[in-house]
Design a protein around this ligand. Structure first.
Ligand code: HEC
Length: 93
């Protein structure tokens, strides 16, 4: 049906362009660089005995570390920073 296909295309377009679904690597980097370098530098993410082995673990670590830094980040901010770290260092699929 034509109208159903149009509707689906519209929905897909909305999903692809919606701001709520897109991670923002630049924001993640900015947040990371202003908050996250007090206890460890970036070489910590590439250390041999890294404790992070999945995207989920990375997300959890970012959640814990921002609390440790005294922050109260939103889920979006946590995702942006985790996505930035993944794109730059971890490269989990
Ligand atoms: C209060 C000190 C502190 C601050 C601030 C901090 N971290 Fe951490 N972070 C740690 C410690 C300690 C570990 C090691 C945890 C362990 O080995 O169990 C760690 C480990 C990590 C790791 C895992 C490294 C690896 O691959 O093994 C990531 C990722 C990370 N932190 C991200 C962040 C981010 C993002 C921020 C900024 C929100 C941040 N950290 C701020 C203390 C801190």
């Amino acid at each position: 049906m034509h109208s159903a296909r149009t509707y689906t295309a519209l929905l897909v377009a909305l999903l692809l362009t919606g701001p709520a679904t897109a991670v923002d690597l630049a924001k993640g980097k900015a947040l990371h660089d202003s908050i996250c370098k007090t206890c460890h530098q970036s070489d910590y993410y590439t250390r041999k005995n890294s404790i992070i082995h999945s995207g989920a673990a990375l997300n959890k670590q970012v959640t814990n570390c921002q609390q440790g830094a005294g922050e109260h980040w939103s889920a979006t901010q946590i995702e942006d920073v985790a996505a930035y770290l993944n794109a730059t260092y971890y490269k989990f699929k």
